[in-house]
Design a protein around this ligand. Structure first.
Ligand SMILES: Nc1ncnc2c1ncn2[C@@H]1O[C@H](COP(=O)(O)OP(=O)(O)OP(=O)(O)O)[C@@H](O)[C@H]1O
Ligand SMILES: [Mg+2]
Length: 453
């Protein structure tokens, strides 16, 4: 390593894009790069991505971010990843046997209806901390194994690897089959309190332990990198976090009475809690991160469509998403939108909910519908914050981040709707920053605070 000040490289692999940032010890971002990743919907309710394209996008953003930089200063790497999405690959060849089944994928909804009515429903909810929903990885695991290893022989023989995006990237980077504990907590196969794969859950979903990655704390140990030009091989990865968890970490949002809301493709509302209590109110209990040997738990509610609503409407109106705020009228004039494109997530978890726009008249203009779309985001977030409040006590502060939080109209609407102080992160790419901060801490080259305002 060079004698110049060390830098931390962080990669945030999101649903719509992979981003890389280079951070100095003051927390300032000195370089950034981004590459879009494609999303395929080959059948109604199916959402897939290419695992190889995701890996390739990581390599490209790292190379672009480090272009013109002194790579010898890169002391460590942090990773933040989309969660719950799952793929299967061949351990010997490293070749994917399936596309990545995205977290938005609903192909297992039918199996879920059966599970929800069955005798195991309460056990699954209690042990995993998660409601039964096709978003989580366990039903995707069963679906993938039913197609590629129906008798589970190859799984038991250790020939196959199941993994989330963090597992896949760690495998490509260093050849080990690992999963970070916060990501594992979103699979629905982990005992969320003991932080180990649970025999009962793996039996219910018929997923042999041999096909699952080893669960590792958020600071590792992870293997060093290889083949990540222009970096030399062996740069240590010292932090891996789920993207939503990483944003929470970057906000330093773990005070009582504080929640964070990430406005990405969907939204995650999250609050740190002191112990892993039983969670109701339509929320999830999850592991935020595990540092220094001890897990930190959080309550979380997931909304399926927030930024995706903006994308959809912007596409329909033939404008970029960033222009929707300018287009939005001061009032929706009675137009209401429920963006239940694939059912509703927290706190309702209603598979059968359908999207609708109501209250239209001959006087309705595009601006009213744009306003209704933004209102639908604020209303959904407030529904979840109110549910968090029922679990944790009064919530006074909402810390916002994610692409759609750059929209001032939406942020004002959020504050007006909820009557809480809404503080937007000034930095973009908070998930990447959270991964950078934790990686820097682990490596002993802290990267400073993230300011909000
Ligand atoms: N000015 C804006 N107003 C409203 N929405 C916006 C604006 N700019 C971007 N968005 C929305 O933000 C979303 C992208 O945010 P972000 O980059 O945080 O998502 P992501 O990281 O790809 O997804 P995820 O975090 O869900 O995996 C898009 O859905 C886009 O429509
Ligand atoms: Mg993101």
């Amino acid at each position: 390593m060079s004698t110049a000040e060390p830098l931390v490289l962080a990669v945030d692999q999101g649903t719509s894009a992979t981003k890389a940032i280079l951070v100095d010890r003051h927390g300032d971002i000195v370089a950034r790069a981004s590459a879009p990743v494609a999303l395929a919907t080959p059948a109604p309710g199916w959402v897939e991505q290419s695992a190889e394209e995701i890996w390739d996008s990581c390599r490209r953003v790292v190379a672009a971010c480090l272009d013109g930089q002194d790579v010898a200063r890169v002391a460590t790497i942090g990773l933040s990843t989309q969660r719950e999405s799952l793929l299967l690959w061949d351990r010997a060849t490293g070749a994917p046997l399936s596309p990545l089944l995205g977290w938005l994928d609903r192909r297992t909804a039918g199996d879920h209806a059966l599970l929800r009515a069955g005798p195991d429903a309460e056990l699954i909810r209690e042990v995993s901390g998660l409601p039964l929903d096709p978003m989580f990885s366990a039903p995707k695991a069963a679906w993938l194994l039913d197609r590629h290893d129906p008798d589970r022989r190859r799984s038991r023989a250790g020939e196959l690897c199941l993994g989330t995006v963090d597992s896949w990237l760690l495998f490509k980077l260093g050849g080990a089959h690992l999963i970070e504990v916060g990501n594992a907590a979103r699979t629905q196969l982990l005992d969320v309190r003991r932080c180990v794969w649970d025999e009962r859950l793996t039996r219910i979903f018929d997923v042999p332990h041999e096909v699952l990655p080893q669960v590792v704390p958020s600071q590792g140990p992870f293997p060093g990198t290889r083949g990540l030009a222009p970096l030399p091989d062996g740069v240590p990865v010292t932090a891996v976090l789920g993207d939503s968890h990483a944003a929470l970490f970057a906000h330093a949002g773990w005070q009582r009475g504080t929640v964070k809301a990430t406005y990405g493709t969907g939204s995650s509302v999250m609050a740190v809690i002191p112990t892993a209590t039983r969670v109701s109110s339509g929320l999830c209990l999850t592991v935020a991160w595990q540092t220094g040997g001890c897990p930190t738990w959080a309550v979380e509610g997931n909304i399926r469509s927030t930024g995706a609503t903006v994308n959809w409407l912007a596409g329909l109106l033939g404008r970029p998403p960033s222009e929707l705020a300018e287009l939005a009228a001061d009032s929706s004039e009675g137009v209401t939108m429920v963006p239940a494109f694939g059912g509703l997530g927290a706190p309702w978890w209603d598979e059968n909910a359908v999207g609708l726009i109501s209250g239209i008249t001959l006087g309705t203009e595009a601006g009213h519908i744009a306003r209704a779309a933004l209102e639908s985001i604020a209303f959904q977030v407030e529904d979840v914050v109110a549910a968090v409040e029922r679990e944790t006590g009064p919530v006074a502060r909402l810390l916002a981040d994610g692409g759609a939080s750059s929209n001032p109209v939406l942020m004002q609407l959020q504050a007006d709707t909820s009557g809480r102080a809404v503080e937007r992160a000034l930095a973009r790419d908070l998930s990447a920053l959270g991964a950078a901060h934790l990686a820097g801490l682990t490596r002993g080259c802290g990267t400073g605070p993230t300011w909000t305002g």
